[in-house]
Ligand binder design. Structure first.
Ligand code: NAP
Length: 309
């Protein structure tokens, strides 16, 4: 085991983790941030972020998160690659690990965020990456002048459907109810966009195709009528699930798996903090994630001081 004796290990490099890293680095804590993919998190895959204050015309998610990463690194934050799947107490410290690697940290900030929920319908897993996608920003350009569907009625579904209209000929939004959940400004844009057609009260029961998506089998929940829809791609935005498997048994989670914290981002176990989308809270946005990250780092600093006393 690497006995590196970190003051703080931050798990997850989205806006919450990067902000925690910035504050911890400026506080001169011996800090390591562990990220399983490239830093930036879900925000990095958002084409344009319009509701993060300070950017009059909005800012591409990748640009914003790259700036956050660069800023944190400028103050000395170290970032390593790793998919943390182990946490256990070790005296007054915590052992954090993945694959062959184990670290010791006096405090841990969990900023692992969320992942897309899978519907688990036939064809979804089989055609993933071959027309089934969970990221319009990543895969949208492949569907130039083709017909695609977006499943879901929340902010993600409507935002990404609007993005897809840049490429696709027609974008169907398939929603299980007769009213969208998305914020009104997005709803209005979708209703006004000629390329978008909303299929209400309907769920997808099967993704059709052998080597690529050829269509969807749909079921109307009011009439029970079935219909097939020809599309070349389908983007699922049916909600998000917190990445907290490795925390089970160590900190209190709510019934959906989100970390319960106090107002200082402290989780139920001493030395563990949580920040960003992974935390149970009212509003999951970049604007709230960065506030969580700053608070969590500051609270961790105070916790470390209390250990030293
Ligand atoms: P969400 O708000 O949880 O919406 C999920 C959507 O999927 C809902 O419309 C839901 O339908 C539908 N759904 C859930 N399970 C389903 C199932 N089994 N079959 C069919 N449909 C199903 O998730 P989200 O849109 O990813 O947003 C997550 C968070 O990120 C939110 O806090 C959101 O505000 C935030 N976000 C914000 C922005 C932005 O500000 N521009 C962009 C993206 C995300 P019902 O409506 O019937 O429940």
């Amino acid at each position: 085991m690497e006995v590196s004796d970190y003051d703080l290990v931050i798990v997850g490099g989205g806006p919450a983790g990067l902000t925690a890293g910035l504050y911890a680095a400026r506080a001169k804590l011996r800090t390591l941030l562990v990220e399983k993919l490239a830093p930036g998190g879900q925000a990095a895959t958002t084409f344009m972020i319009e509701n993060y204050p300070g950017f009059l015309e909005g800012i591409p998610g990748s640009e914003l998160t790259q700036a956050m990463e660069g800023q944190a690194k400028r103050f000395g934050l170290k970032i390593v690659s790793g998919d943390v799947d182990h946490l256990s107490p070790n005296g007054q410290s915590w052992e954090v690990g993945w694959e062959e690697r184990k670290l010791l940290a006096k405090s841990v900030i969990v900023a692992t965020g969320v992942e897309s929920v899978k519907l688990g319908i036939p064809g979804e897993e089989e055609l993933k990456g071959r027309g089934v996608s969970y990221c319009a920003t990543c895969d949208g350009p492949f569907f130039r002048d083709q017909d695609v569907a977006v499943v879901g009625g929340g902010d993600s579904a409507v935002d990404e459907a609007l993005y897809l209209t840049r490429f696709a000929r027609r974008v169907y939004i398939i929603h299980r109810r007769n009213a969208l959940r998305a914020v009104k400004v997005l709803q209005e844009r979708a209703f006004q966009n000629d390329k978008i057609e909303i299929i209400w009260d309907t769920v997808v029961v099967k993704v059709l195709g052998q080597t690529g998506v050829e269509g969807l089998d749909l079921k109307n929940l009011k009439t029970q009528a079935m219909q097939s829809l020809n599309v070349n791609g389908v983007f699922f935005y049916v909600g998000l699930r917190p990445l907290t498997e490795f925390l089970k048994g160590h900190v209190k989670l709510d019934n959906l798996g989100y970390v319960l914290t106090d107002e200082n981002m402290a989780a139920s176990a001493a030395g563990i903090f949580a920040a960003g989308d992974v935390r149970r809270k009212l509003l999951r946005q970049v604007a709230t994630a960065v506030g969580d990250g700053a608070t969590a780092a500051f609270a961790a600093e105070h916790y470390l001081e209390s250990l030293a006393r």
